[in-house]
Design a protein. Structure first.
Length: 222
């Protein structure tokens, strides 16, 4: 069986040169974010943003839920892939960082599709469930505090329509998931979610060894 190749900086640059279609607005937002404290580590890579947009289009999602906005690069990628009647609810604990992205959302002409919810993400999801009921979103992207990933996943699955897709970022978490010396809440949260996903018969599953690990979980139709 063929093994996966290692991703060297040279090979990653080749991938970006031959497949990435990042326009000026996205590039400016990425570069602005890179200048912030922790900006490079917290922002999704450009190729991951492009993948998210493709997944929105492939699933024909009209309603997207994002847990963890930061400066809104992934938000912008996914909002652009929505139909004109679509909507994207994005959650963050503060409006400090999303306010940076808001200017770029407006420049891209998708600000009217984006609904920013500020506050505790789990509380936001519970309120969405109470106000709108189950199965109202077609795609959910989870990229927030890792310790709460298991809780976010369970709430997301309730909010997800049958056949809908959950995309979970950072499921390899800098490789710490395989290192027993890491027992912090974030690493343990990722480990718990990964184990739960492996055993969850409610979803079809694939973990991609891209970026920091991306897991796709499709809610089964029945």
């Amino acid at each position: 069986m063929a093994e996966q190749i290692g991703m060297t900086p040279r090979l990653l640059e080749y991938v970006r040169q031959t497949s990435l279609r990042e326009d000026d607005i996205l590039r400016e937002l990425r570069e602005t974010t890179a200048g912030l404290p922790g900006g490079v580590a917290l922002q999704v890579p450009a190729e991951e943003g492009q993948l998210l947009a493709l997944l929105v289009r492939l699933t024909r999602a009209a309603a997207v839920l994002e847990i963890g906005t930061f400066t809104g690069y992934s938000t912008l990628c996914m909002a652009r892939a929505l139909p004109t009647h679509g909507r994207l609810v994005t959650c963050d604990i503060t409006d400090r960082w999303p306010s940076i992205g808001a200017e770029f959302w407006k420049r891209a002409g998708v600000d009217g599709l984006i609904d920013l919810r500020v506050g505790d993400a789990a509380e936001t999801l519970e309120k969405l469930l109470a106000d709108e009921g189950q199965g109202v979103f077609d795609l959910v992207f989870i990229d927030a505090d890792k310790a709460n990933y298991p809780r976010y996943y369970e709430l997301s699955l309730e909010l997800l329509a049958p056949g809908g897709l959950v995309v979970v970022d950072n499921t390899l978490f800098f490789g710490r998931v395989t290192d027993p010396q890491f027992t912090d809440a974030d690493t343990e949260g990722i480990r718990e979610l990964n184990a739960r996903l492996r055993a969850d018969e409610r979803v079809d599953l694939s973990m991609l060894t891209m970026a920091d690990g991306i897991t796709l979980a499709r809610r089964k139709d029945a």
